[in-house]
Design a binder for this molecule. Structure first.
Ligand code: G6P
Length: 615
């Protein structure tokens, strides 16, 4: 987490860095800071709070002149969010200034060593240790900044994306990455540095993504040189052309990114299967699968690793893969998998799901699986992200940038990709007849239209939200394909409205959660046709008997649940395995409206971050 931005060139750095920080706020928003050099002075301004707070303070505190600058928006790891712990951090001499995304795990012994050598520290951060370590190396060894950074980084354990410059040599910024993303925008006589490409898309379409273990000295008017931090060997820079545009990362008339992204789902799902699904011919084309078909067809099992909402998409995939392709599936939290010495076979296929493609735990799980010989396939949204590069093959979701911290369109597009894969494998394994296969493709084609229809429940979701916004607890129940949807619905509510919510398989309710039910408890029950409908109706009866408030997510024309529930929200009918793509929509809308009514920060909920690059 944390977002970093830098600029060196001929323009004023301040507006570029500030705007870049605003675009990267999804990565952390505890505190923010900027350092600028105006030709004679290094000016640093930082504050607890959001980038907007920084802007107000900075413009009254320092002059904003200078064509070299770095900035940081923080998600605290070491030290509470306050002004002093905010980045940038300056070295003891006052010459070096650094921004850092990541954690230096051995900062304590390094700090001790530096204290013994007379260094002092004003913050609790690992980053202040790093900048002074670089300074110490630079003075002791009498080397240039780039070399000093390299030597210092080779003494550290941990993860980083850093940018550092020296006010006595303000024509270069040194950047390095290990475990946290870092993109360099390449312009004419100017360079941009950022955690992702969004801060510089209006200036250049050319970007270089540093690989783990690489560093670069970014100099005005000079060609970029990239080196390996470990052995100093030179790496050929690979310049990618960006596919992003400005419109995609703006709110486009919506009040929040979250609601914009909820409404983008019909198009996002269409983009996900564009070019992949040939309904008439009855085929699904996906290069990442086609090129590795044997691995999938001979897989002993599929292990899915992911975190958060992506893990919920993995749970849906478990049902779909087992139902269609008849391959055993295990779904693992990446953070548990990586540390529990799992049994991994060479004929296992590991699927890593990640919107950002940067989640540290998912990345570590991938590395573990690769080291044990498994074939690892990525399902990512962010093109060129670390996970998409670390995996053997993969499929992008093509949902477009997701900026709201609460994931919405990433979830439905992940499910779409995974459904395509499962159907494709089922066809190759002979588990679905040609006509069954075509029926699914035809229905998938109808899904964007049905999602649009499901979005028509928006007004009703707002009415229901108004009634339950003051609840302190909520329960979400679903069975079969709708069980992961219940988990996801509860997560959405927790994340943005801070109401305690739990998702449960409907039948498990009687083994505990039923004790919580009283007239204060809203229970969101996903009770769509098929999918054990009658059983869920019985569960609804049980809630009713205990005076719980029932909000049913039901199929159009439903009669049974309507009789029992306090409210129902209808969604269109579809084939059972595709239900999550629709049943999740009203739950997203409900959470959104509740959070708005409670005046919470919908796009940047407290304590969370969009991209979690620390473990
Ligand atoms: C964070 C985000 C969640 C996301 C999870 C996994 O917690 O706030 O929305 O589901 O990370 O992220 P990934 O990018 O790997 O899908």
């Amino acid at each position: 987490m944390c977002g970093i931005v830098g600029y060196i060139g001929y323009r004023e750095a301040y507006p570029i860095v500030l705007q870049g920080l605003q675009r990267l706020e999804y990565r952390g928003y505890d505190s923010a800071g900027i350092a600028l050099y105006d030709g004679s002075n290094l000016k640093v301004s930082k504050t607890k709070g959001k980038v907007e707070d920084l802007k107000n303070r900075l413009e009254s505190e320092i002059s904003t002149k200078g064509s070299i600058g770095i900035g940081h928006t923080r998600w605290a790891t070491h030290g509470v969010p306050n002004d002093i712990n905010s980045h940038p951090h300056v070295s003891n001499s006052g010459n070096l200034v650094i921004i850092h995304n990541g954690i230096i795990e051995n900062y304590d012994p390094l700090r001790q060593e530096l204290l013994n050598r007379g260094y002092t520290f004003s913050s609790d951060t690992d980053t202040e240790v790093l900048v002074n370590l670089i300074e110490d190396v630079k003075t002791k060894e009498n080397v240039k900044l780039g070399k000093a950074v390299q030597i210092a980084l080779n003494q550290t354990i941990g993860a980083y994306a850093i940018a550092v410059f020296d006010k006595t040599k303000p024509n270069e910024i040194v950047v390095a990455r290990l475990g946290s993303p870092l993109a360099i925008g390449v312009g004419e006589n100017e360079f941009f540095i950022a955690s992702d490409a969004t801060p510089f898309i209006e200036y250049t379409n050319n970007a270089i993504y540093l690989e783990d273990g690489e560093m670069a000295v970014v100099r005005n008017h000079k060609k970029l040189k990239i080196r390996k931090i470990k052995d100093d060997s030179l790496v050929d820079p690979y310049v990618q052309e960006l596919q992003l545009n400005l419109e995609q990362i703006e709110k486009g008339g919506y009040d929040h990114f979250m609601i914009k992204e909820i409404y983008e789902q019909p198009d996002a799902i269409t983009d996900t299967f564009r070019g992949r699904m040939k309904t008439k011919e009855g085929i699904i084309r996906m290069a990442g699968i086609d090129d590795n078909l044997d691995k999938f067809l001979n897989a002993r099992r599929i292990i899915i690793v992911a975190c958060g909402t992506s893990w919920h998409a993995g749970l849906v995939a478990e049902y779909i893969f087992e139902e269609f392709a008849r391959i055993p599936v295990e779904v693992e939290y990446a953070s548990e998998f990586r540390y529990r010495n799992p049994v991994i076979y060479e004929d296992d296929v590991v699927i890593a799901i990640s919107q950002s493609g940067e989640t540290a735990d998912t990345m570590a799980a991938i590395k573990l699986a690769k080291a044990q010989g498994a074939f690892v396939f990525g399902v990512c949204n962010v093109v060129g992200s670390s996970i998409s590069r670390e995996t053997h093959a993969g499929a992008y979701t093509h949902a477009g940038p997701e900026i709201g911290v609460a994931s919405t369109k990433a979830f439905t597009t992940q499910i779409t990709v995974l459904t395509l894969i499962a159907l494709k494998l089922a066809k190759h394994k002979g588990k679905l007849s040609a006509s069954e296969f075509r029926t699914y493709l035809q229905e998938l084609e109808r899904i964007p239209g049905k999602v649009k229809k499901a979005l028509e429940s928006n007004e009703q979701a707002a009415i229901v939200a108004k009634e339950y916004k003051d609840a302190t607890n909520a329960l979400y129940l679903g069975r079969g394909y709708n069980f992961p949807v219940a988990l996801e619905g509860a997560l959405k509510l927790k994340e943005i409205s801070y109401i305690h919510a739990e998702g449960y398989p409907a039948a498990e309710m009687k083994h505990g959660p039923i004790a919580l039910i009283d007239e204060q408890m809203p229970v969101f029950v996903i009770a769509t046709k098929k999918g054990h409908y009658e059983k869920v109706v019985s569960n609804v009866e049980e809630i009713k008997a205990r005076s719980g408030k029932i909000i049913g997510i039901v199929t159009e024309g439903d009669v049974e649940v309507r009789k029992l529930a306090d409210h129902v929200i209808e969604i269109p009918e579809t084939l059972e395995p595709l239900t999550p793509l629709l049943s999740t929509i009203p739950l997203q809308l409900l959470s959104y409206h509740i959070a708005v009514m409670l005046e919470k920060n919908v796009d940047q909920p407290r304590n969370l971050a969009k991209s979690v690059t620390v473990e």
